[in-house]
Design a protein around this ligand. Structure first.
Ligand code: ADP
Ligand code: MG
Length: 319
């Protein structure tokens, strides 16, 4: 299949009309109109085969995840997604791969009314870069630097499933029934877009959990100039995770595993009830997992308030 046939297939599969797209795929660049009274929020993320998804992942899952990780970044900013660009590097002009990829990408794009407005297609080792744009009301983007001592720290959903799936991949336990549920969290993360929008009115700081809870909260602590204490016993776990892992191992997967794409955020003390009500309205659960304190860094504490030491706190590409 030729380059332009691949692009045409992607364009047709991702066809979605938005009035703010003045000119989409087909010219040298897209022309886009930011709606009056909004700020533009922009992010980009690359997926490399064997690093960000296991070799042999279903093309549709790769397409979904390539967009999902970007929508998760927008969600962490409290932004409403609007546009995406797709830079695709393929070893071969593989029509089957592109069809599957476009399907997964388009399914998630449609769910969030995101228009694919351009991209690039090249030959090389399989890698995908998506750039996403969204809108926030002026000055209302959620940031990493607003946490204050005394705030409470929460996380949406559950933690550790994706890391558990990676841990079990290629072992005999990957045949277990519950593995499929964990694997789905690894392959098809749910960006918490609606929760991010709700949190604009509630959170003092927010980050999405991509590298691992401790690592990501570490960024929040550093940029806010505070310390964060995480109570490991409070970490929300899915039934699937609880069924397969316990004790120390589960704790490590939840604290340092990564790939969760949940939102971790700080809220002024005393707002837990109102927060839960706001999030319940959009069908999202959040769990209090710790607190912001004076000082620096992130500490994980066990049920006896003793520090938990882990071999690694999260994923780092150049570590
Ligand atoms: P140029 O050579 O001017 O950079 P290209 O030939 O690379 O343009 O791309 C032609 C059009 O197709 C452009 O509008 C570009 O944005 C779009 N495009 C290329 N690859 C992709 C892709 N993988 N997904 C979406 N749009 C793409
Ligand atoms: Mg050109």
């Amino acid at each position: 299949m030729a380059e332009f046939d691949l692009i045409d297939h992607i364009r047709r599969r991702c066809d979605l009309a938005r009035a703010d797209v003045r000119l989409g795929i087909g010219d040298d660049a897209a022309v886009l109109a930011v709606p009056a009274g909004h700020e533009l929020v922009a992010c980009t993320d690359t997926l490399v085969a064997g690093v960000h998804f296991p070799h042999g992942s279903a093309p549709a899952d790769i397409g979904w995840k390539a967009l999902a990780v970007n929508l998760s970044d927008l969600a962490a900013m409290g932004a409403t997604p609007a546009w995406a660009l797709l830079a695709l590097t393929l070893p071969e002009p593989d029509a089957g791969f592109v069809a599957g990829f476009a399907e997964g990408f388009a399914d998630l794009a449609a769910a969030h009314h995101v228009a694919l407005v351009g991209g690039d297609t090249t030959r090389g080792p399989l890698a995908i870069t998506v750039t996403a744009h969204g809108f926030v009301p002026p000055g209302q983007a959620l940031r990493r630097d607003g946490a204050r001592s005394g705030d409470e720290v929460f996380v949406t959903g559950t933690l550790g499933d994706a890391a558990a799936a990676l841990r079990l991949l290629g072992t005999s336990r990957a045949a277990e029934f519950t593995f499929a549920e964990l694997r789905a969290r690894l392959d098809r993360p749910t960006p918490r877009v609606a929760a991010g929008a709700v949190l604009r009115a509630r959170a003092t700081a927010c980050i999405d959990v991509s590298d691992g809870l401790l690592a990501d909260l570490g960024h929040m602590a550093n940029q806010s100039g505070v310390g964060i204490e995480v109570e490991a016993a409070c970490l929300p776990a899915s039934p699937a995770l609880l069924a397969i892992f316990d004790g120390r191992e589960r704790c490590a997967l939840q604290l340092a595993g990564g790939d969760d794409y949940e939102l971790a955020f700080s809220v002024p003390a005393g707002q837990a009830h109102d927060l839960a009500q706001d999030l319940a309205r959009i069908g999202c659960a959040a769990t209090r997992i710790g607190r912001v304190v004076d000082g620096t860094g992130v500490r994980a504490l066990d049920a006896h308030a003793q520090p938990i030491e882990l071999p690694r706190r999260g994923w780092e590409h150049f570590a």
